[in-house]
Design a protein around this ligand. Structure first.
Ligand code: AMP
Length: 221
């Protein structure tokens, strides 16, 4: 089962991917998570330009991101499937998947209102090593400021500010959104299954909807 979650920042990709990977025991591959971990331990030369772009809410060079993804997908745990969160981010990245014969079964587009995006991003907390996300009001951790699983300190992403969010949403609209048309076309050619999901609904409601679709897939194997 190979899945792509598409949607703007704050659409719930992180939350729903955590549900899917736990439920179906497939790895989550989040380019954002990989990049955040990479810049933590990397040399200065590579670290600074990536860190700077991420801080500004701009996309990272395609070659860097695509090679990270290609390496990750080759790992053994991806043999039975995987979930991509944050990749592809543009048509070129999607073309790399095709070129590498990495066929995808499902595209889930999470659509969400601007109002909810803002509510969810401002106040969001992250556990960087795992990518687990929380929200101080909407999804608080059991102990304030600490990750539920490890007890590590949670942090606020430095791109989760109002100003950077504006850039990220612009990047999404101009660069990533064309992927929706691309995948809808592919679904009409029966090459992929595409579902648009209302990301404004409650977390459990969306998870149930995804589960229904994916169970159907498993029953048909
Ligand atoms: P995310 O965690 O998905 O919100 O991504 C955080 C940041 O990582 C983005 O704003 C980009 O700077 C970078 N990033 C993540 N995925 C990609 C990608 N597929 N292509 C380029 N940049 C990416």
């Amino acid at each position: 089962m190979r899945i792509i979650l598409l949607g703007p920042p704050g659409s719930g990709k992180g939350t729903q991917s955590s549900f899917i990977v736990k439920r179906y025991k497939i790895p989550k591959i989040s380019t954002g998570d990989i990049l955040r971990t990479t810049i933590k331990g990397h040399t200065k030369e590579l670290k600074n330009p990536i860190k700077e772009l991420m801080k500004q809410g701009k996309l990272i060079n395609d070659n860097i991101v695509c090679s990270l993804i290609k390496c990750r997908i080759l790992q053994k745990d991806c043999q039975k499937g995987f979930l991509l969160d944050g990749f592809p981010r543009n048509l070129y990245q999607a073309s790399i998947l095709k070129q590498e014969n990495i066929n995808i079964d499902y595209i889930f587009e999470l659509s969400v209102s601007q109002e909810n995006i803002l509510k969810r991003i401002i106040g969001r907390l992250i556990h960087i090593p795992s990518g687990r996300t929380y929200h101080s009001k909407l999804k608080p951790p059991i102990k304030p400021g600490l990750d539920d699983v490890t007890g590590d300190l949670l942090t606020v992403r430095n791109d989760d500010s109002y100003n950077v969010l504006k850039t990220r949403l612009k990047e999404y609209k101009e660069i990533t959104k064309p992927l929706i048309k691309y995948y809808i076309k592919k679904s009409k050619e029966n090459k992929i299954k595409y579902f648009k999901i209302d990301g404004n609904k409650e977390i459990h409601h969306i998870s149930n909807q995804l589960e229904k679709i994916l169970n159907n897939h498993i029953n048909n194997i």
